[in-house]
Design a protein around this ligand. Sequence first.
Ligand code: MN
Length: 256
Amino acid sequence: MSDSNHNPSYIDTHCHVDLFPSPQRIVEAAEAERIHTIAVTNAPSVFHFTQSITKSCLYVRPALGLHPELVRTHGNELGRFVELLPQTRFVGEVGLDFVTADHEDRKRQLHVFETILARCADAGDKVLTIHSRRASADVIDAIGPSFPCVAILHWFSGPLRDLIRAAGAGLYFSVNPAMTKSIQGRKLITAMPQERILTETDAPFVKLDGRPAQPQDVSVVVTYFAALWKCTPEEARSRVHQNFARALGDFPGATR
Ligand code: MN
């Protein structure tokens, strides 16, 4: 039975479960509350840990990642990334971070990201959660207009023109509590097509009332959407859930 019309779940498409002091507790809480969670990882060498603690989960999915800021130190794990890719449908955290002005570092990041995109395109059914800080135009260019997988721009903070281009290319946006609290974040959220919006926490990096966020805190974002969209929180939650179901194509159990 599809749960897209009944009891819509909360969705957290970007949570670093493995960076909490007690990852198992975060996983158990997300499962108990039926929060569809993409548990991103930052390097292939740590994927196995998250894979092992989510093995029996219905709602928490392990994602294979190679964070752009770690390419300098972990770029040699790209081969391992390619080997592990068949083990999961979910990919992240990957992308580009051009806070660095170092030309060689940017070049290496681009090589890693383009390789990952190409291998995902070969597989065809992947769901990617993508970092694009100070690199949104380059990320959108790399993904291209006919990428066959689901690409979610996580914590998008680029210029409005890139947001419009990303929307035109069929990309999704995942919004976290920190974005709803900044003027620039709010401007961008207003410009995102409603049918492309998902929710995330980027926990434990995003903080709420001085403590690390956790998957349940996507409720903050849903409440914000309800005010913006002039609907009830339940309706906003349902729309986000429907977007996730549409993005994944098949829902929920079969897709894991
Ligand atoms: Mn992250």
